[in-house]
Design a protein around this ligand. Structure first.
Ligand code: ATP
Ligand code: MG
Length: 416
């Protein structure tokens, strides 16, 4: 679990602000749910057979002897909240969320135990164009943030009937080759056979080249639907590659599944993953509701962006740095800083009481456009020296009343 220090936080805030604005333009509203849920929600909503529920959850008993879990992902909580508060009877819901998620994983670059996601859930949307709209929102957000070198991988898991049929074919095929599979994959034949398809074991992967393909198990209707998704992506100019091994290993996933990956991320290549989950709302006790969503890993996004100029774009801006010396001057500096902040300026007050030379050095380093200077004489006169930190030394300093200073600053600052 990582601390996010002031040095890094600018980039995070830039990402969050960009995402928030991007969702606003897409008519998608934020929803916030608790970090803690009853364990049962994830067991039912993600599935006992998944790695997340099977080995990665932070689960404990609270003082009321209830089994609680720190949320490992956002979808189950959002769906729970939508059901619990009757949102689904108010029409389709376009929701996004963001915040920390918790998984007991082996920490490495791009893989943490507390990590952050932003995610989208479109609840009550059945049509193929909504799949593409969801993908486009993710794709365009990443593009707007300036992330390059991305690849959209796409697959269709078909309807639940298609999947059941394919599952049978695959299990029969895997059973015949059980002794050639790695131990994890062997165990998954019974619990979650589709998940064998994205085994990380190279021998298993080589063997799977011969396995029956999911694509050929799709019904005509599912194939036609998948064709519409592909056409709509092409029409929007969003490139994709088909990946028939891409499965989201949960039973309630159907039709569109996708991941956005980057070659710059090494082993943890997936920045964003999502798909259609038409069965989940019902699985959690709500009305039958078609839905599609995705989740994006913020740490991986930060890894991708910290090398780029997006970090520079997120530099802080300070308008005024106030230096003072002596008790009366400090009191005046305090009042001036407050007055300027109330007027909308970003102001830092030097509280060190150090020699003016030292304070001026800090003023220069602060990146502020202006410095206000209050010495003992200024404090007596109720005046403030104003220094333009971007002008050369030949520029004479002015001595002004606080009100006059505020006027100069308000006029001289190009506001964004
Ligand atoms: P992976 O295959 O990398 O474990 P996943 O399938 O478990 O990913 P999802 O549950 O789909 O991931 O979560 C969506 C995104 O959240 C991932 O694509 C990734 O960017 C991010 N993510 C998932 N787990 C972690 C983690 N432990 N640390 C940092 N980011 C993560
Ligand atoms: Mg994982």
């Amino acid at each position: 679990m990582a601390d996010l220090l002031p040095e890094q936080i600018r980039l995070w805030q830039h990402l969050e602000a960009t995402a928030r604005e991007h969702f606003r333009r897409s008519a998608i509203t934020e929803i916030r749910t608790p970090l803690l849920e009853v364990t049962e929600l994830f067991a039912r909503g993600i599935g006992e057979a998944t790695d997340v529920v099977g080995k990665e959850m932070y689960t404990f008993f609270d003082r009321g002897e209830r089994s609680c879990t720190l949320r490992p992902e956002g979808t189950a909580s959002v769906v729970r909240a939508a059901i619990q508060h009757g949102l689904l009877s108010q029409g389709p819901q376009r929701l996004w969320y963001g915040g920390p998620m918790f998984r007991y994983e082996r920490p490495q670059a791009g893989r943490l135990r507390q990590f952050h996601q932003i995610g989208l859930e479109l609840l009550g949307f059945a049509d193929a164009c909504s799949d593409v709209e969801a993908i486009a929102v993710a794709w365009d957000l990443l593009a707007q943030l300036g992330v390059g070198g991305l690849e959209l991988q796409l697959n269709s898991l078909g309807s639940s009937e298609d999947r059941a049929r394919y599952r049978e074919q695959l299990v029969a095929w895997l059973e015949q080759r059980r002794d050639q599979l790695d131990a994890d994959s062997q165990a998954r034949i019974a619990s979650n056979p589709l998940r064998v398809l994205d085994s990380k074991n190279p021998d298993t992967q080589a063997l799977l080249a011969e396995a029956p393909s999911l694509a050929s198990a799709l019904s005509d209707g599912s194939q036609a639907r998948f064709a519409v998704v592909q056409q709509a992506l092409t029409a929007l100019g969003i490139p994709f590659v088909l990946n028939s091994r891409l499965v989201r290993g949960l039973d309630y996933y159907s039709h569109t599944a996708f991941e956005i990956t980057s070659s710059q991320l090494g082993a943890q290549a997936t920045v964003c993953g999502g798909g259609r989950y038409d069965g989940l709302v019902q699985q959690l006790g709500g009305p039958a509701t078609p839905a599609i969503g995705w989740a994006l890993g913020m740490e991986r996004l930060v890894l991708l962006l910290s090398q780029s100029e997006a970090s520079a774009a997120a530099a802080p801006s300070l308008d005024l740095y106030v230096v003072s010396r002596g008790e009366a001057a400090a009191a005046l500096a305090l009042a001036l800083a407050r007055r300027c902040r109330q007027a909308g300026l970003a102001v830092e007050r030097d509280a060190s009481g150090a020699a003016f030379g030292k304070q001026f050095k800090r003023a220069d380093r602060s990146g502020a456009r202006w410095a206000a200077v209050i010495g003992e004489q200024e404090a007596l006169d109720g005046l403030v020296g104003l220094k333009d930190l971007r002008a050369g030394a030949e520029q004479a300093d002015q001595r002004l009343t606080p009100e006059a200073l505020l006027e100069v600053l308000a006029a001289g600052l190009p506001r964004p």
